[in-house]
Design a protein around this ligand. Structure first.
Ligand SMILES: NC(=O)c1ccc[n+]([C@@H]2O[C@H](COP(=O)([O-])OP(=O)(O)OC[C@H]3O[C@@H](n4cnc5c(N)ncnc54)[C@H](O)[C@@H]3O)[C@@H](O)[C@H]2O)c1
Length: 248
């Protein structure tokens, strides 16, 4: 990997306790960054942080539910008092695989609150401070589900398409302040979210990947780190990482 200049920088990662989030925590920590890990699952998140950084010097567990904007603001304050946030990774999401005929208003609102509303308000909070310091990197975890929608992805896929749109909006607004904003669009990643689908669906989706396997969390975390590099000339982009499952 090329030098990223992330050593000593503070990175805030949402949805950090497991799956891709946990791999992101490890990847940024390996770069020498200080990692503020925010998740609603406090027990798992604390255990991860203690394992990644037993000294507690370069990793901090923050407990917040992204659906509660006051809790989110308090979580962000805790992170920024620990170290001004240079990199934000909007990674948390809740899946919903359900026929569009069956989605309830509560489910629709909940998926949007976690996947899209929280990303908008947290990015705005963090970017206001990044702007003052003239540097920042934001990585939004989108999905192939936002690019090639399926009938069972009306809510989830639409939030992921929305994140791609938000990425461009923030990138345009913040480019003159040294802040780069990009999205990452993986297909299937080997995480607990995916292990909840049936083996038949998993086999069917793997068969659609020209590279012949699904992504590891580390594949995707490496791309997020790359997009966060200090000297990056990339902004407003959506990076596909799907083994060729969608070529465009
Ligand atoms: N797994 C995949 O195949 C896949 C594919 C494409 C994109 N993605 C995206 O990658 C990201 C990570 O996915 P994953 O598979 O690691 O997910 P996951 O379900 O394994 O982990 C999600 C994490 O987010 C946390 N979280 C959920 N709701 C929260 C809330 N309200 N407040 C705070 N934290 C909350 C959970 O506690 C969990 O630790 C998501 O944005 C997902 O949409 C995943």
């Amino acid at each position: 990997m090329l030098p990223t200049g992330l050593a000593g920088r503070t990175v805030l990662i949402t949805g950090s306790a497991q799956g891709l989030g946990a791999a992101l925590v490890r990847a940024y920590h390996d770069e020498g960054a200080r990692v503020a890990a925010l998740d609603v699952d406090d027990e798992r998140n604390r255990a991860l942080v203690a394992e990644v950084d037993p000294s507690g010097e370069r990793a901090l567990a923050i407990h917040a539910d992204l659906r509660d904007l006051d809790a989110l603001a308090a979580g962000y304050r805790a992170a920024s008092e620990w170290g001004p946030v240079d990199v934000l990774v909007n990674n948390a999401a809740r899946p919903l695989v359900k026929s569009l005929w069956d989605i309830t208003p509560e489910e629709w609102d909940d998926v949007f609150a976690v996947n899209l509303r929280a990303a908008f308000f947290l990015t705005r909070m963090v970017a206001a401070d990044m702007r003052e310091r003239g540097f920042g990197r934001v990585v939004n975890m989108s999905s192939i589900a936002g690019q090639a929608p399926r009938p069972t992805g009306a809510a989830y896929g639409t939030t992921k398409a929305g994140l791609i749109s938000l990425t461009r909006v923030f990138a345009a607004e913040l480019a003159s302040h040294g802040i780069n904003v990009n999205a990452v669009a993986p297909a299937m990643i080997d995480t607990p979210m995916v292990r909840s689908v049936s083996p038949e669906t998993l086999a069917e989706m793997t068969a659609q990947v020209p590279l012949g396997r699904i992504a590891t969390p580390e594949d995707v975390a490496r791309l997020a780190v790359f997009l966060s590099a200090e000297d990056s000339f990339i902004t407003g982009a959506t990076y596909d990482i799907n083994g060729g499952a969608l070529m465009r």
